[in-house]
Ligand binder design. Structure first.
Ligand SMILES: [Zn+2]
Length: 304
């Protein structure tokens, strides 16, 4: 499909040729240097938590392969890169890769997809690039950054959003007692995690509790399954427990207490599934005992 080519063609064109290749590498280098010295907006913590959980579920062989691909950059930082560059003109074509829009009554099978790509097509493409032994190293590193990042995004219910409010971005909210206007998307990207008042390591240790059966089940699902779950779960995101009225919706403590377990479960599932796909890619023996379909990550092509 044409949207898959957007990633592969533009990337390889931008990366593998002379000055342009140098330019991208330099940009990535400076960005990584910057983020390791300054720290980033708090919204990055959701991605860090997911990757940090995934790291606990990687085989040694997979972890070693990933260190090689990332050039030693921490995966928790590499995962943030796609959010940092999407505002740049050179990378503006990747903006639509972070989400997919679908109405409540729509099914994925008949869905008109964005010609620029969406989170499903970009996940599939970055996975394909990681799997292809011919992918050159810079492109492989970027594909890894996107794969780490987008696995997180697709598990956030509002990244499988409604067109009408742009995944909650147009739903104005009042967060607890604060007068600062936020939006519902911010609540799920950032606010609920921030409210826990834990560092990334503490947060991931707190939620990283799974049974073998859960890991098996979650790691047997496809990208499409992940998106379909988010679509179903987003109904809970809109349960404000207040009468409809004009103006901002108040997010109160009750909402926070009720929705936090859901958010934590999505972060956990994303981390466990991320590890599952990476193990499949880089340590083919790892999964033999628990699942027969080693290609499950990418075989979600049969839509609903
Ligand atoms: Zn994103």
């Amino acid at each position: 499909m044409s949207r898959f080519k957007i990633l592969s063609n533009r990337h390889s064109a931008a990366i593998s040729r002379g000055p342009a290749a140098t330019c991208v590498s330099v940009a990535l280098f400076f960005w990584l240097a910057l983020c390791s010295s300054q720290g980033l907006a708090f919204g990055a913590d959701g991605h860090r938590i997911i990757v940090s959980i995934a790291e606990k579920h990687l085989s040694k062989k997979t972890a070693a392969e990933l260190t090689q691909i990332s050039g030693g950059t921490a995966l928790t930082e590499l995962a943030l890169w796609p959010d940092q560059i999407r505002g740049q003109q050179k990378w503006s074509h990747t903006k639509s890769w972070h989400y997919i829009n679908i109405k409540d009554h729509e099914r994925f099978s008949g869905l008109r997809r964005s010609p620029k790509g969406d989170v499903l097509s970009a996940l599939k493409e970055s996975y394909k690039q990681l799997k292809d032994p011919k992918t050159e190293s810079q492109q492989r590193r970027e594909a890894l950054a996107f794969f780490l990042h987008l696995t997180g995004d697709i598990h956030q219910p509002l990244h499988v959003g409604r067109y009408s409010d742009l995944g909650g971005n147009r739903v104005s909210i009042k967060w607890l007692g604060s007068n600062k206007r936020r939006n519902l998307h911010w609540v799920w990207d950032t606010g609920l995690i921030k409210d826990e008042q834990l560092g990334v390591d503490q947060y991931s240790a707190l939620i990283n509790k799974t049974t073998a059966q859960q890991r098996h089940n979650w790691q047997s699902d496809s990208f499409l399954d992940w998106a379909m779950e988010s679509k179903v779960l987003r109904a809970q995101v809109y349960e404000f427990g207040q009468p409809e009225k004009k103006g901002p919706v108040t997010i109160d403590q009750q909402y926070i207490n009720r929705t936090k377990p859901l958010l934590k479960k999505r972060l956990l599932m994303a981390g466990v599934r991320l590890a599952g796909c990476l193990n499949r890619l880089f340590d083919s023996t790892y999964f033999t005992p628990i699942t027969t379909d080693k290609n499950v990550c990418e075989t979600g092509g049969h839509l609903e």
